[in-house]
Design a binder for this molecule. Structure first.
Ligand code: HEC
Length: 97
């Protein structure tokens, strides 16, 4: 990815989160929708996470938390969630599709 693309991702990420929330989305996953789209469908350069395998989700989250997986944004977000919250997010996104 070119450095300019990274800047574009950051610029997108700083856009205000859409005010209209999908009532089917659990509150814990609302924070993800501003970037990953409603139901985790992805938006532009932000990956589609709908139907993400549960175990892979938890593994990837641990790597983000540890700074072991390259990320522009998720390494900053991941440390803010407890193991229980990550499990709830993993269940929700795995259940989509
Ligand atoms: C500010 C924007 C933003 C928010 C908010 C956000 N993400 Fe992300 N997410 C990204 C970006 C960008 C990537 C690609 C990795 C990177 O550069 O951080 C990503 C990557 C991921 C991945 C890895 C996808 C893959 O391809 O393997 C998962 C899983 C994920 N995010 C889950 C979440 C969840 C769950 C939430 C809500 C708790 C969330 N993200 C909130 C921007 C965001």
């Amino acid at each position: 990815m070119k450095p300019s693309s990274r800047f574009a991702i950051l610029a997108i990420a700083m856009l205000p989160v859409a005010a209209v929330a999908d009532p089917q989305t659990p509150p814990i996953a609302q924070a993800c929708a501003g970037c990953h789209g409603q139901s985790g469908a992805g938006m532009g350069a932000i990956p589609d996470i709908a139907g993400y395998d549960r175990d892979a989700f938890i593994q990837v989250w641990e790597e983000f938390r540890a700074g072991a997986r390259f990320a522009t944004i998720m390494t900053r977000i991941a440390p803010g969630y407890t193991d229980e919250e990550v499990a709830a997010l993993a269940d929700y996104f795995a259940s989509l599709r």
